[in-house]
Write a protein that binds this ligand. Structure first.
Ligand code: GTB
Length: 217
């Protein structure tokens, strides 16, 4: 059955791979599943046809026959459950990998998103310079803990898993802030993720969309 995902017609990041369709593309590449991509504009995302797939009018979505999913974490989990390669066979190791998926999205990503939002939308506010270090320190708090847990390991709990896929994806959003480089083992962890052939294919595919010349020039 054909898998179809949605992605930005033109990502605001210009192809840095930070929009969440990259996470889905990466998961599908890891498990060698072909997929099609339907590109949607910001306007189309809020129209009934897309809202029928995604109640919050966002990307990514995932369609496979009658199945329609939204929420990146749920989609990656679905892919990992259906196809070998992203979750360990051992029941306890699998439960731990799933725990790391949640940790990436629920514990590590929120302060990172808060920082990204502050830098993007609050830089003109009179309190920005005072607030920014507070927000950045909340990110550092999580990175310090994650760094201590990872230590010198390649991946967060044994072999590469969907937990790593989501954690690396979440940490990638920090690159432009410079904070990631304060934690060399985490910077190396992210680099290992980016070096995976499946990530490279996913990144290249989204880049092609975002550098393609628009029909209007
Ligand atoms: N919780 C949902 C999920 O994980 O799937 C969140 C989905 C979401 O935030 N989607 C964003 C979206 O559709 C795109 S990925 N936004 C349009 C809207 O809400 O109207 C978030 C994103 C957007 C842009 C960048 N960037 O330019 O760097 C990075 C990440």
């Amino acid at each position: 059955m054909t898998i179809t995902i949605t992605a930005f017609e033109q990502s605001p990041d210009g192809g840095k791979g930070l929009a969440r369709d990259t996470r889905i593309r990466w998961a599908l590449e890891e498990v060698s599943q072909p997929y099609e991509v339907r590109l949607v504009s910001f306007r189309a995302m809020k129209e009934p046809a897309h809202l029928a797939l995604h109640p919050f009018g966002q990307i990514p979505t995932y369609q496979e026959g009658d199945l329609v999913l939204f929420e990146t974490g749920a989609i990656v989990f679905h892919i990992a459950q259906r196809h070998a390669g992203l979750l360990p066979a051992d029941a306890n190791a699998r439960a731990r990998a799933i725990t790391w998926m949640f940790a990436a999205l629920n514990t590590v990503e929120p302060p990172i998103l808060e920082l990204a939002t502050a830098r993007l939308l609050e830089a003109d506010k009179p309190w920005y310079q005072e607030r920014l270090p507070l927000v950045a320190d909340r990110v550092r708090c999580r990175l310090k803990q994650l760094s201590a847990h990872l230590g010198g390991a390649d991946w967060i709990d044994g072999a590469f898993s969907a937990g790593d896929l989501l954690m690396v994806s979440v940490l990638l959003r920090l690159r432009s802030s410079g904070i990631l480089d304060e934690y060399p083992n985490l910077a190396a962890y992210v680099a290992r993720g980016e070096a995976r052939p499946a990530y490279k294919r996913a990144f290249t595919a989204q880049l092609a969309v975002n550098t393609a010349k628009s029909p209007t020039g």
